[in-house]
Design a binder for this molecule. Structure first.
Ligand code: SF4
Length: 397
C-alpha cells in the first residue's frame, strides 16, 4: 500500500500553476500572465494543426502505456482536478503496478505524470515525448513533475523520458520507444522548482509583468502573443534575410541594425543572402553573370517538379521509421516544344502511397531530359527513400 498526502483529501483544488503553465512561465512571465488572466484570448484558441498535434500525442501516449502494461489509467476529465488526485491516490493505495496520467497537487502546482511505474520499493516517473531525442527543454518539464510527486510523499528515485526510437522500422513497432534516464541532469532544475513557482505565483497576483522582446519569443517555440509585443516590422527587416536564424536577428537588432539597408559591408552575408542584400541596397533585380550559362546547361525538355510529403510520427508503411518523409502528392510541369504540360498526382486514403506515386511520377516525367526542382535535394531524398522496386532515377537539376 502506498499512501500519498493526496489520499487524505484536499478541500478545494484551484492551482495557480499546472505543469504547462510552469513551463510557459519559464519562457516568459508576461506570456504566463496573459494565459492565466485571458484564457479565452483569440491567440490561445487552437486551430486544426493543434488538434492534429493533440491527436498524435494521444495516440503516442496510448502506445507508450502499452510498453508499461498492467497499470491503472486515471480516466477522469482533465478539469476535474480533485477527482484526478483522488483517483491517483486510490490506485496507488491499491498497489497498482503503474498509474497512467497519475495526478498530484502540491506547493500550488498540479501535474499529471504520463506513467508512474512502481519499481522495487519506489517509483519511476516517465514522461512520454514524441521527439526522437531528449531535448534540453524537456528537463524543466520532468523536474517540476518529480518535485511535485516527491512533495506528495512518494519515493520517486528515477525520472525518464520515453521518446520515439529513430531505429524503429515498420512493421516491427516493438522498439518504437527508447527510455532514457534523465535523473542526473535534473539536479539543478529540481532545486530551482519551488523558488521559480513561488515567483511565478507572485507575478500572477500582480499587474502584467514588463518583459522585453527577444530570442525567447521564438525559441524553443513561438509565443502565441508575438503580435501583441512585437511592433510592426519595417520593410526589408533583417528577419527577412535568406536563412537567417532568430538568434542572429536579435543580435543585429540589439546592435541597432534593423533593416537590410542598415547592414554594414563587413557584415554582408554570403551566397543567395548576399545577392538579396545587393538587390535591396541598389533597388534593382540582380541577374548574375553565370545565370545564362547555368540555364543553357539544362537539357530540354525540362520538367519542373514539386513534392508534398507527410511524415507520421508513428511509422505507417513498411520500412518507414518515425517521421520518415513519404511523398503523397506531386505537381509536374513539363516544358515541351508544343507548350507547357501539367501532370499531378494526389494520394487517396491511408494505404501505402509509394508504388502508385512512383508509377505516376515516371509517367509524368517520361518526356523530360532534365528535372528541375526549387529544392532539388529534398525531392531527390524522397525519391531515394522510395523502396527500390518503386524508385526511379533521373538527373535532378
Ligand atoms: S512575445 Fe515575447 S515578450 Fe511578449 S509575451 Fe511572448 S515571449 Fe513574452
Amino acid at each position: 500500500m502506498t499512501r500519498t498526502r493526496a489520499s487524505h483529501g484536499i478541500a478545494r483544488l484551484s492551482p495557480s500553476l499546472s505543469k504547462s503553465r510552469y513551463i510557459s512561465g519559464l519562457k516568459c512571465p508576461k506570456m504566463l500572465w496573459w494565459m492565466v488572466h485571458e484564457p479565452n484570448a483569440p491567440e490561445l484558441q487552437g486551430d486544426d494543426g493543434l488538434q492534429v498535434m493533440f491527436a498524435r500525442g494521444h495516440r503516442i501516449g496510448e502506445l507508450a502505456r502499452a510498453r508499461v502494461p498492467g497499470g491503472i489509467l486515471v480516466d477522469v476529465p482533465h478539469h476535474e482536478l480533485e477527482k484526478r488526485v483522488a483517483a491517483t491516490a486510490k490506485a496507488l493505495a491499491e498497489g497498482a503496478r503503474a498509474v497512467y496520467e497519475a495526478s498530484f497537487f502540491e506547493d500550488g502546482i498540479f501535474v499529471s505524470v504520463d506513467i508512474l511505474e512502481r519499481q522495487g520499493g519506489g517509483f519511476v516517473l516517465i514522461e512520454v515525448k514524441s521527439t526522437l531525442d531528449v531535448k534540453d527543454e524537456h528537463l524543466p518539464d520532468v523536474a517540476v513533475q518529480l518535485h511535485v510527486v516527491r512533495r506528495a510523499g512518494l519515493s520517486a528515485r528515477r525520472a525518464e523520458v520515453m521518446h520515439l526510437n529513430r531505429k524503429c522500422r515498420h512493421p516491427d513497432l516493438s522498439n518504437l520507444f527508447v527510455r532514457e534516464n534523465v535523473t542526473p541532469q535534473l539536479r539543478t532544475e529540481l532545486r530551482a522548482v519551488a523558488g521559480r513557482a513561488a515567483s511565478m505565483m507572485e507575478a500572477l497576483a500582480g499587474p502584467l509583468p514588463k518583459v522585453s522582446i527577444g530570442p525567447h519569443c521564438t525559441t524553443p517555440y513561438e509565443c502565441p502573443f508575438l503580435e501583441r509585443c512585437w511592433p510592426p516590422l519595417p520593410d526589408y527587416h533583417v528577419s527577412t534575410l535568406y536563412r537567417i536564424r532568430s538568434k542572429r536577428v536579435a543580435e543585429l537588432v540589439e546592435d541597432g541594425i534593423e533593416t537590410l539597408q542598415d547592414l554594414p559591408p563587413k557584415l554582408t552575408p554570403v551566397g543567395p543572402a548576399r545577392r538579396q542584400v545587393r538587390s535591396v541596397k541598389t533597388g534593382k533585380v540582380v541577374v548574375e553573370r553565370g545565370l545564362r550559362r547555368a540555364l543553357a546547361a539544362l537539357k530540354p525538355p525540362l520538367a519542373f517538379l514539386d513534392f508534398e510529403t507527410v511524415n507520421p510520427a508513428i511509422p505507417a508503411w513498411p520500412g518507414c521509421g518515425p517521421y520518415a518523409q513519404v511523398p503523397v502528392q506531386f505537381s509536374c510541369h513539363v516544358l515541351t516544344p508544343g507548350g507547357l504540360e501539367h501532370h499531378g498526382w494526389l494520394a487517396d486514403g491511408a494505404a501505402d502511397p509509394r508504388e502508385d506515386f512512383a508509377r505516376a511520377l515516371v509517367s509524368a516525367c517520361a518526356k523530360a531530359k532534365t528535372i528541375v526542382a526549387y529544392n532539388a535535394p529534398f525531392e531527390r531524398l524522397c525519391v531515394d527513400a522510395l523502396p527500390r522496386r518503386h524508385s526511379t532515377r533521373r538527373r535532378a537539376a
